[in-house]
Design a protein around this ligand. Structure first.
Ligand SMILES: [Zn+2]
Ligand SMILES: [Zn+2]
Length: 569
């Protein structure tokens, strides 16, 4: 049995996360982790906020709050969104608060430098003598060197869309104080990606089994690799180790370099909190670990080339990722998610009106696994009403209500002579069923959702065929046996439901009168003839309560209207 270390892309503490992020990198990981746990595998799920970089310092300055306060606000808000979705990490932290983070990042710098994987270059950069700082490109405003637009940013021109080189801009000013900056020489460190590629990383990538979209995305990037700067001149971030800084001050590690190291430092923090500070090594330095990064498309080169290059450069015994099941983009109602343009769904507000568990299921069923996909409110309604309510919820309610009314709310007996017939009826004659948990283990999330619904359909066919309601007066024993068998199927439905909708699964579990948990480790993976029943005749069932209330057309129309009006303002 492998040890599974699962990560989700660290959310950037500079704004809210939306459905697209959730279904891109967090929900798939959570589903995979829950499925692994249900199979009794050893799993650690690590995430936390990415809290350094220029976008954050600019955001904080705009809001006039100290950087730590700014990132804490977003870290908390992002975590609330994950909580609302029932996405549960074992380790959750932030790169600016994790006590292990700076030292771990500096160790990477030190080891990579010692092994000759860092290059040092002198470059010129714009410096503000008034604010006494080098200006990162987004701290520069000035004239575009391509089109002459006078209000371009140091990284990009809003008018012509070109990427800009601040040193080529004819006129520049410091964004903070407005004064003209001067050119000054500065030292920066670069990660020597071509060297890492040639010493083995290239072979590792080529030999690895990747999802087709991942391999296609990275494409020829490996051939065109350039050394990549890993330091910046700014005051917010992990400082370059003083003894290696060559007398330069005010250098921090570039945010892209320290962020993924967060996966490791958060694991260290978790291990310490468990009272086993060395435990992290089992996860990051033992070949028995399967490391899986869940990310969105934009992070593919980073997690399949750059971060593995860093780990590879550290040398043995550090492990490299086993799989990077990246998702494509998820859109919203025909457009791209955009918080700034109002084309988004405020999560807390949505969860106040709709069921978070059903939302999880719909996000899984519409996940952008192999191609872009989108959230449409009408589709969410269809998933909830026609699949969850009609196929699954209604089945459970019909069976349990009937038993409550006619069998004293107890599991009826299945006489020995009927067991085989009824086993055969549901397991062999009402359509094929599959194992959604296995699909989740294989990171086929949409397929997993389909299989779960298909398994619900099997029981509907079974009930329609054996028509227990009609047997109530003519053959009450057979009537009870048919329904008891349906209850056995519902036990399995609750288990299969557990990763997708843990709370609903638990509710169904309790309605079936069961103690313990719907997501407990399963002794058998799938029902089979003569070996799938667990209920005891005469056992008291719980109170049947509808699992999936239907969503009215008006509620969906109101959401679409609200989205349009947000986008207008
Ligand atoms: Zn321009
Ligand atoms: Zn200035």
């Amino acid at each position: 049995m492998a040890r599974h270390l699962v990560t989700s892309a660290l959310p950037y503490a500079n704004g809210p996360i939306h459905f697209g992020h959730v279904t891109g990198a967090y929900l798939p990981a959570d589903l995979h982790v829950r499925a692994l746990r249900q199979r009794g595998e050893e799993v650690l799920y690590v995430c936390g906020a990415d809290e350094h970089g220029v976008a954050i310092t600019i955001g904080a300055e705009k809001d006039k709050v100290p950087y730590p306060e700014y990132v804490a606000r977003w870290r908390d808000e992002i975590k609330q969104t994950f909580d609302a979705f029932d996405i549960r990490f074992d380790a959750w932290s932030g790169t600016s608060i994790c006590p292990e983070h700076a030292a771990t990042s500096q160790e990477f710098f030190r080891v990579l430098d010692g092994k000759g994987y860092l290059q040092v270059k002198q470059t010129e950069q714009l410096y503000c003598e008034h604010d006494r700082m080098f200006l990162a490109d987004r701290y520069i405003v000035g004239t575009c060197h391509e089109c002459g637009h006078e209000e371009a940013r140091g990284d990009e021109c809003p008018k012509c869309g070109q990427w800009l080189d601040p040193l080529r801009m004819p006129k520049t000013a410091c964004k903070v104080c407005g004064n003209a900056p001067v050119r000054r020489s500065t030292t920066h460190w670069y990660l020597d990606l071509p060297k890492l590629r040639d010493e083995g990383l290239g072979r590792w990538f080529a030999d690895h089994a990747w999802k087709p979209n991942v391999r296609a995305f990275v494409g020829n990037m490996l051939e065109d690799l350039q050394p990549r700067p890993i330091t910046r001149d700014m005051g917010w971030g992990v400082p370059v180790p003083a003894d290696l800084a060559r007398g330069e001050s005010g250098k921090v590690l570039y945010v892209w370099f320290d962020a993924p190291i967060g996966y490791i430092s958060f694991t260290k923090e978790w291990a310490r909190s468990q009272g086993r500070p060395d435990e992290w090594r089992r996860w990051w330095q033992d070949a028995g670990t399967r490391l899986v990064h869940f990310i969105g498309k934009d992070n593919i080169p980073f997690h399949t080339v750059v971060f593995p290059a860093m780990l590879f450069g550290m040398g043995e015994p550090w492990i490299l990722p086993t799989d990077v099941p990246a998702n494509e983009f998820y859109n919203l109602q025909g457009g791209k998610f955009s918080t700034s343009k109002g084309w988004t769904v405020p999560v807390a507000e949505f969860m106040g009106k709709f069921d978070a568990q059903a939302t999880r299921f719909h996000l899984a069923a519409s996940m952008p696994e192999n191609s872009d996909s989108e959230w449409r409110f009408e589709d969410f309604q269809t998933t909830n009403n026609s699949l969850l309510a009609d196929v699954v919820g209604n089945l459970a309610q019909r069976v349990l209500r009937f038993l409550e009314k006619n069998f004293d709310g107890r599991v009826p007996e299945v006489p020995a002579h009927l067991v085989e017939e009824l086993d055969r009826a549901i397991l062999e004659e009402c359509g094929a069923f599959g194992d959604p948990i296995e699909e989740l283990l294989q990171t086929r999330f949409r397929r997993a959702a389909e299989v779960f619904i298909q398994n619900g359909r099997v029981a509907n066919v079974y009930i329609d065929r054996l028509a227990p309601w009609a047997l109530k007066k003519t053959d009450p024993v057979r009537c009870g046996a048919v329904l008891a068998t349906a209850c056995e199927w519902l036990v399995w439905m609750a288990r299969w439901m557990a990763p997708f909708m843990p709370k609903k699964a638990q509710a169904l579990w309790e309605q079936l009168g069961l103690a313990g948990r719907a997501d407990e480790v399963m002794a058998q993976a799938m029902p089979s003839m003569g070996a799938w029943r667990t209920l005891t005749a005469g056992a008291k069932l719980g109170t049947p309560i509808g699992l999936f209330p239907k969503i009215e057309d008006a509620a969906i129309a109101a959401e679409i209207e609200a989205l349009k009006s947000r986008a207008r303002t």
